[in-house]
Structure formats: C-alpha cells, structure tokens
Design a protein around this ligand. Structure first.
Ligand code: BTN
Length: 325
C-alpha cells in the first residue's frame, strides 16, 4: 500500500487528498498517515496541507521497488521490481527468480553488490549509493545464438537512456558491451543464460552503471569513470533506470520481429569506439586488424591481412593497440 500511495503521489503534480488516497486503496486515514510517515523516513519530502492533502516535494535517490515502479512506463519489462539492499550479484537474484512462473520482465536491483560479476570471470566494483546495479530477467522464445544479441541491444538502450537527459555527452560503445566516456568505462553489461543447445530457459541481462561515483579505488582509477565525473552533476538513478527500460523494450520488440540485429547495425556502429582503428583481439581467438563494425548477428568484423574475420564476443577481449580502448 505504501508503494501504491507513493506511485499516486509521484504521478500527480498537485496535492492528493487524504480522502482520495483512503478511497483508492480502501484504507483508513491513519493507515495513509502511517504510510506517508514511513516514506518521509525513507527520505521523501512530503508536504501535507490541511484541506488539500499530500504532495511530493522531492524524492531521495533510491533504487527500491517503490521508487522505480512508481515511474516505470514500459508495457512489460521492468514493471515488476525485486529490490534488495545488499546482494552478492543481482544476476544471481534474477537467475533464482527464473524458476518462478510469470517472472519474465522482472528487474532485480540492489544498493550494494558484494560479489558483483564482470565478464571473463572478473569482479565488478559495485559500492553503495552511487551506481545502478540491475539485472533484467527475460524468458524469450529464441535460440541461444539470438539471445546473445540482446547484449548489444542493452548497450544501445543504456546509451539512449543517458543521452535523453545528457544530449551532448560523447558516449561510445566498446564492443561488445562497455559504454565509454573519454576512453574510460562508464557501464558494463554481463548477460548470462540458462539454455539447452536449441532452447532458452532464461536470459539475465546484468547492467552496471557508475552513476554518482565521485572517486574510484586506485586499481581502476585509470579505466573507470562515472556520469557524475562526466557531467559534474548527480543523476537520479531510478529515473535513469526507467528511461533505459523504456528504450530496451522498444529495441527488444523490434528485435523479436527482425530476428537479427540488422535494423540496429548502423546505430551501433556509429557509436563503436574504435571503428576504423587497429585493434587486438585476445582470448579464444587471437588476431590483430582494423575494426570495421558489427554484422547483423553481433560479431565484430576485423579486417586482417588474411581478409575480414568475424569475431564472436564470448570470452574475447578487444583493445586498441594503446590500452583499454
Ligand atoms: C563487465 O564490465 O565485465 C560487466 C559488468 C556487469 C556488471 C553488472 S552489475 C549488475 C549485474 N550483476 C552483476 O554481478 N554483474 C552485472
């Protein structure tokens, strides 16, 4: 009920009368008053005026179920949020939920991850209060090959979600799925799936964004950045999450129709950080050449001396010849 009251207050710019809240949710005035007080304790600034009712003056920067669901304007994806203050990894929480019926589209968020996972077995720095650590659970009817293409779509959605508010930010994508600002990483994406060779049980798209981080530990200072460091101001995390989900849902629907990345190749390649430059691919495949862009299945096309080679993302890392980017 607290969540529903919050949603109604967030959706209405003017005052909402106590009477209306009581009637809408079938509860007493005291129950409404208690819920409003709980919200105040959580950091919401709520004005109450006799004969007018309640009005939200400001919201704290939270990634809780209430804060996100109250603003989410998607059809399915992210409409249900599962929030934990501390988790090992939101990807693990989403995987656990995959057993449950009707869990397609559930978004798992956390304030802190103490076992945040990155690609290639790395850990992902996920401290309290400053970032978005979220995992979207999907149960799509598609092959594992097709599901791997959801990662570039998520990268595009993150870029679009940020640019909606920060139009001039020069964001780039480092293939397959890092978002870069001025050669430093702003966001990483880890997609995990449960599948048999020809059938998917679930896909978890895990997105980590450094939002209001002021300082990074020494070990990653040279390669990590945040939206705060890029723009000089704080960003409301729950609003950004909702914008990203909205974009992701649009891309996802188009992808289900197209069954390939063909409609997105141009948009993705325009953002590709080292397009037309020398890159070194290392991991299961080792090669050097010029990065040309992705193809319609999401492979990176690299022009080598032997010809153009499509590189599968998997466990591969691509670097410019001078370092991280
Ligand atoms: C990478 O940069 O290698 C990928 C990082 C992915 C981090 C996100 S944060 C939310 C989700 N939970 C995790 O444990 N990892 C992803």
């Amino acid at each position: 009920m607290k969540g529903q009251i919050l949603k109604m207050l967030l959706e209405t710019e003017d005052y909402v009368s106590g009477q209306k809240l009581c009637e809408s949710f079938g509860v007493s005035r005291t129950a409404v008053w208690k819920a409003v007080n709980q919200l105040k304790e959580e950091g919401y600034e709520i004005e109450s005026v006799t004969k007018k009712g309640y009005r939200i003056v400001s919201s704290p920067d939270l990634v809780t179920k209430e804060a996100i669901e109250g603003k989410m304007n998607t059809k399915v994806l992210g409409r249900k949020v599962v929030y934990h203050e501390v988790v090992d990894s939101t990807n693990n929480i989403a995987k656990e939920l995959s057993e449950q019926k009707d869990s397609h589209g559930t978004l798992c968020t956390a304030e802190i991850q103490n076992g945040g996972k990155g690609r290639r077995g790395r850990s992902f720095y996920s401290p309290a209060g400053s970032g978005i650590w979220m995992s979207l659970l999907l149960k799509p009817d598609m092959t594992p090959q097709a599901a791997s293409m959801l990662t570039p779509l998520a990268a595009l959605a993150v870029v679009r979600g940020i640019l909606e508010e920060e139009k001039d930010l020069d964001l780039k994508i480092k293939w397959p799925n890092d978002i870069i600002y001025k050669k430093k990483k702003l966001c990483g994406i880890l997609t995990e799936m449960g599948a048999e060779p020809d059938c998917i049980h679930y896909v978890v798209v895990g997105i980590g964004i450094n939002v209001n981080t002021i300082e990074f530990p020494k070990e990653i200072q040279e390669v990590a950045t945040s939206l705060y460091l890029a723009t000089g101001k704080n960003t409301d995390r729950s609003s950004l999450i909702c914008r990203i989900m909205k974009h992701f849902e649009e891309y996802y629907e188009r992808f289900l129709e197209a069954k390939s990345l063909a409609p997105f190749v141009e948009e993705y390649n325009a953002l590709l950080v080292n397009r037309g430059e020398e890159v070194k691919v290392s991991g299961s495949e080792e090669l050097s050449g010029t990065a040309l862009g992705i193809n319609e299945t999401g492979e990176l096309l690299v022009e080598t001396k032997e010809g153009v080679v499509p590189v599968l993302s998997g466990e591969v890392s691509v670097r410019g010849i001078y370092g991280y980017v």
